[in-house]
Design a protein around this ligand. Structure first.
Ligand code: B12
Ligand code: SF4
Length: 505
């Protein structure tokens, strides 16, 4: 019997209903039919360690691969990987995903992670396992980071993005033999059975605050509309899905692809949601936006970041976005009946404390202007959390301001760094507690006056009551101590989408 089986682990990332674990699914596709492997989804296991250990105890498993996003996934990824190294020292541990790629130094220095996949693993993972099985040199494998015999970190060449249509099909049926795929199709505000799908890699831009940039370096490649539609059709026929959440970093990059896809699903009665850029989608004409809406595009997540043109420049947003464009755009979206879900990044560094705070107050006002133009526009507020884009001007600025990342892996699961990951408390020295209070209190009042449509439980009298309670505060800019709104949010378990995604059942 071969003793080289592989565990692919998706650490718990959210409470409640869960999404298809696309990261490990795609890695599974890369070794399907070549190596024996199992999926362990921490979202669906009561105690995933018991499942992992039951596999390891057989002695047949030689590789443990985990996907690792920043934030709550670390709570299982770190202790489990550590325990594996202590109890089963011969098992080879491999991490992939955005945390691993961006924070590879702390991961490798911990001693419990043997290999880090730097970006896409579609070729890297099977090549790594092949090379380890054959005891071959690893330095020719692209997208790989590891420590050599001299304990030095080796970062191999970055692979050009693959033609996404040539990737193997996702092993949905195999996943179904571990966890019923049906259970991943959640009820969301868009439909009763929502598929989560990832149809492209990377992003063609290089915003200085974004964790995608150090990995993809402004490159993007998408599957063709027809390849996406093959999978959608499979899910329509087999599970009768009626909604799709596109998890791409920038789904709308290619207008041609979006319009072709919209034409393809036009008569399937499927709603869809995806992430895009304002200046990209602003190039679509009104008829094209209407076509997308007709095909089912209900809401688009857009990085507005700020309405302040000088800060947009500091963020290196690229493209042509301006504050005025955001205003014009939300009006166009209103006319096209597509909800713009705008994310703002507040708390960027500035020369003086006053400047930092003034920018925050300025953006709060800007958000209110947006709401006045299009009350249906959804607003997501993040606090600026630095990402290690080495060499960037902004990264230099934040290091100069006294910021540094943890040097021990375990530190990342301390509550304060978890909040950093969740972009709720970024530990950046220029952002003072009173500024965070202003932002959070404004957010509470905003969510009271305009509850998100994505939490479909908050409607009717609940929505009216929340709005009534918040109206005066919103109108007269009285944001401090909004306890009464918080209490209602708590009682109704109001869920903002920015941490765990849309509310789903
Ligand atoms: C879906 C998703 C979620 C879901 C969880 C999904 C799940 N698995 O259960 C939810 C909504 C819960 C979520 C939450 C958060 N997320 Co999230 N999420 C995503 C999203 C949109 C898609 C991930 C995905 O499935 N990708 C598809 C797969 C195929 O791509 P991939 O993961 O890159 O995998 C490839 C490679 O990375 C590599 N690989 C990945 N894992 C592994 C493992 C092994 C063993 C190997 C060999 C290779 C490998 O190979 C794969 C194939 O090529 C990404 C953005 C994106 N487009 O990827 C953000 C993203 C990963 N999330 C992010 C963040 C910050 C969060 C949050 C921390 C905070 C927040 N405010 O958004 C929270 C908290 C996380 C938590 N609760 O643990 C950031 C990470 C940025 C960073 N700083 O590193 C991203 C990049 C979004 C962004 N642009 O900011 N998220
Ligand atoms: S456009 Fe969005 S995904 Fe792309 S680099 Fe900028 S913030 Fe990141």
């Amino acid at each position: 019997m071969l003793m080289n089986k592989i565990i692919l682990f998706n650490p718990r990332s959210a409470n409640g209903k869960h999404r298809i674990p696309n990261s490990i699914l795609q890695v599974g596709a890369s070794i399907h039919g070549k190596y024996e492997y199992v999926f362990v989804d921490g979202n669906l296991e009561k105690d995933p360690w018991l499942t992992i250990e039951s596999y390891l105890k057989t002695g047949e498993f030689k590789y443990f691969g985990s996907t690792v996003m920043p934030g709550p996934q670390l709570r299982q990824a770190i202790p489990f990987t550590k325990k594996i190294k202590e109890t089963y020292p011969n098992v080879i541990t491999v991490w992939g995903g955005y945390f691993a790629s961006n924070q590879y130094k702390v991961a490798l220095n911990s001693g419990c992670v043997d290999y880090v996949i730097n970006g896409p693993g579609d070729n890297t993972f099977p090549e790594l396992v092949n090379a380890l099985e054959a005891n071959e040199d690893l330095s020719f494998i692209k997208n790989l980071i590891y420590k050599d015999n001299a304990n030095q970190i080796v970062k191999t060449a970055v692979e050009a993005l693959l033609d996404q249509d040539t990737l193997p099909k996702f092993p949905y049926d195999y996943l179904n033999s571990f966890y019923p795929v049906q259970d991943y199709l959640a009820k969301t505000f868009m439909g009763n059975k929502t598929l989560s799908y990832h149809s492209s890699m990377g992003c063609p831009f290089s915003c200085s605050f974004c964790a995608i940039v150090p990995i993809f370096n402004a490159k993007w490649k998408g599957m063709s509309a027809s390849r996406i539609y093959e999978d959608v059709k499979y899910f329509k026929e087999k599970y009768n899905i009626d909604a799709i959440e596109f998890h791409d970093n920038n789904f709308f990059t290619s207008k041609k692809r979006v319009l072709e896809f919209s034409e393809l699903i036009m008569n399937d009665n499927i709603s869809y949601w995806g992430e895009g850029r304002i200046d990209t989608i602003n190039m679509y004409n009104d008829d094209e936006l209407k076509l997308m809406r007709k095909a089912g595009c209900k809401m688009i997540f857009l990085g507005a970041e700020t309405g302040n043109d000088a800060v947009l420049k500091q963020m290196n947003k690229g493209g042509t976005q301006t504050g005025q464009m955001i205003k014009d755009f939300v009006l166009r979206m209103k006319n096209a009946d597509i909800v713009p879900e705008l994310s703002f990044v507040l708390g960027m560094p500035a020369k003086t404390e006053k400047e930092v705070y003034d920018q925050i107050l300025w953006d709060i006002n800007f958000i209110k202007e947006i709401k006045a133009i299009n009350p249906n526009a959804e607003i997501i507020i993040y606090l600026f959390s630095p990402v290690p884009t080495e060499g960037s001007q902004l990264y230099k600025q934040i290091l100069d301001a006294g910021f540094s990342f943890p040097e021990q892996l375990e530190e990342w699961i301390s509550p304060s760094w978890e909040n950093f990951d969740l972009r709720k408390n970024p530990l950046t020295p220029w952002l003072k507690p009173y500024m965070i209070d202003t932002i959070k209190n404004f957010e509470t009042v905003l969510n009271g006056y305009y509850p998100t449509v994505s939490d479909f439980r908050i409607r009717g009298y609940k929505k009216r009551l929340l709005q009534m309670v918040s109206a005066l505060r919103y109108k007269y800019n009285i944001y401090h101590y909004p306890y009464e709104i918080k209490a209602l949010h708590k009682i109704w378990k109001y869920r903002q989408p920015e941490i765990e995604g849309f509310h789903s059942e």
